[in-house]
Design a protein around this ligand. Structure first.
Ligand code: ADP
Ligand code: 5GP
Length: 224
């Protein structure tokens, strides 16, 4: 089995190497457990990665193939990009609405991700996703993920890494959704975010989209 060089600084005693990354021992068995009624319990999965790594691409393709996760719609105070739909991509809130939610204790976590823009996960939106009967997936930045890890230690923590910073830059440029300033901001934050990867249960290097999707299928025991 081919093992990439990621995670060489990772404590290997409790890990299992997978083809494109590392998975912490027993973490998958824990979330794939079957309840006393013989039905698999639904679990919460947190995903982080530097912007441009391929989180959305992987999760969308994985879900097209397996229909496995309900995506938790988070909240932001940033303006919608062309094509983004309120309630689908994000719940787009004003600063006031966001602030009120914070005061009411509505959020499981929230962060000031880039400059003056707030992002946060409402507790009720986690429940909405789990109520679909699927596992729930939450795509958030590393600071938010660390807050959730504290509040929900049962959550499975998954981190995607890009093959290199150069490749990350070219993915952001090719995506064409950000200005050069915004790309520079995201690249500037990437090394900070990569410093958190060892706090996650699974680290998957996204070299090839189809391979990443297959890898996840194997991790969640959907493929033999
Ligand atoms: P994120 O959600 O992490 O910000 P995206 O899913 O939007 O990242 O992907 C960023 C860009 O990189 C998109 O243009 C996407 O098509 C492309 N991409 C995703 N995965 C790969 C890959 N394995 N190889 C090359 N390009 C990729
Ligand atoms: P974007 O503005 O590109 O959609 O997202 C920017 C960053 O915000 C991404 O890293 C994304 O994962 C993160 N993000 C999105 N929603 C949330 C959230 O609810 N909480 C936190 N902490 N981060 C979020």
């Amino acid at each position: 089995m081919q093992v990439r060089s990621i995670g060489s600084d990772y404590n290997t005693q409790n890990n299992r190497n997978i083809a494109f990354g590392i998975i912490k021992k027993n973490t998958i068995d824990k979330v794939l457990k079957v309840g006393e009624d013989g039905i698999k319990d639904k679990f919460l999965c947190i995903v982080s990665a530097p912007s441009g790594t391929g989180k959305d691409s992987i999760i969308n393709k994985f879900n097209e193939k397996y229909d496995y996760f309900a995506r938790i719609v988070t909240c932001t105070t940033r303006k919608p990009r062309p094509g983004e739909v309120n309630g689908v991509n994000y719940n787009f809130l004003t600063q006031d609405e966001f602030q009120k939610g914070v005061e009411n204790g509505d959020f499981l976590e929230y962060c000031n991700v880039f400059g003056d823009r707030f992002y946060g996960t409402r507790k009720k939106d986690v429940e909405t996703a789990l109520a679909t009967g699927k596992n729930a997936i939450l795509v958030i930045d590393v600071d938010g993920a660390m807050q959730v890890k504290k509040n929900r230690p049962d959550a499975l923590m998954m981190f995607f890494t890009p093959p290199s910073m150069k490749e990350l830059a070219s993915r952001l440029i090719n995506r064409g959704t950000e200005t050069m300033d915004a790309i520079a901001e995201r690249l500037g934050k990437a090394s900070y975010e990569l410093g958190f990867k060892n706090k996650y249960d699974i680290i998957l290097q996204n070299d090839d989209l189809a391979e990443s999707v297959n890898e996840l299928g194997q991790i969640f025991k959907l493929e033999r």
